[in-house]
Design a protein around this ligand. Structure first.
Ligand SMILES: Nc1ncnc2c1ncn2[C@@H]1O[C@H](COP(=O)(O)OP(=O)(O)OP(=O)(O)O)[C@@H](O)[C@H]1O
Length: 222
């Protein structure tokens, strides 16, 4: 599903993003990426999303070489991917339903199909009964679950998350990670960047460890 071959990324200010990074993630795998602040976790995710461009090596996503992707191809690439951020970035003046429906609007679905998909996604994260609420009227953990519903509503083959449990207490963090495991079990490829080693260790999935832009470990997390 994802293949990095000797990928390097240096930012224009001279900061090292990634150095000689090679790995493969198979379809349906769940993988954690960890490392200290500045180790390159976000850079790795941004390269997969074509938000940044690698300046060495090759990146393949579902067989497509995205190191050479054109602007016109980027929307098609992103349709295969769902993204969850730490601060979920919900639109404050739109209801839970409308926030989750956003990624579907460009797909040209009928109102009926759209409602069905949004309800299915909200159901998966246990929030069907909150669909009419505004983000400010639900808890932080619920807001993060809305962010996850929005990331999966278009049924992406790949789910990426950047510190998705960053500002949640340990119980909520475990609950959110449990949701990622549910999507993994249902066949989605899941890549989660996190520095919450205690939580990762309890979950037993593959763990890639980055240090100063290099992969220094690739093994089981538990
Ligand atoms: N847009 C940018 N411009 C310049 N340098 C950047 C940019 N983004 C990241 N960097 C640098 O690249 C390196 C890797 O950063 P990255 O954000 O990938 O790390 P991270 O592991 O995600 O860190 P954190 O856990 O703090 O989010 C750091 O030295 C950082 O300062």
């Amino acid at each position: 599903m994802i293949r990095f071959e000797q990928v390097g990324k240096r930012y224009p200010n001279g900061h090292t993003g990634l150095v000689d990074v090679s790995f493969r993630v198979h379809r349906g795998e769940m993988v954690f990426v960890t490392g200290h602040s500045g180790a390159g976790k976000s850079t790795l995710l941004k390269l997969i999303l074509a938000l940044e461009k690698a300046d060495a090596g090759k990146i393949l996503l579902a067989g497509q070489d995205i190191s050479e992707i054109t602007h016109a191809q980027i929307p098609f690439l992103r349709r295969q991917i769902g993204v969850v951020f730490q601060n979920h970035r919900l639109l404050p003046d739109r209801s839970v339903f409308e926030n989750v429906a956003l990624p579907l609007q460009i797909l040209g679905l009928s109102r009926e199909q759209m409602t069905k998909r949004v309800h299915a996604a909200l159901d998966k994260v246990g929030l069907l009964r909150k669909e009419k609420c505004l983000p400010q009227d639900i808890s932080t953990g619920e807001q993060q679950r809305v962010g996850i519903a929005r990331a999966v509503v278009h049924k992406p083959a790949l789910l990426l998350a950047d510190e998705p449990t960053g500002n949640l207490d340990p119980r909520l963090a475990a609950e959110i990670m449990g949701l990622f495991e549910d999507f993994h079990r249902a066949g989605t490829t899941v890549l989660v960047a996190s520095h919450d080693l205690a939580l990762i260790a309890r979950m037993r999935h593959r763990l890639l460890t980055l240090q100063r832009g290099r992969i220094i470990g690739d093994g089981e997390s538990g």
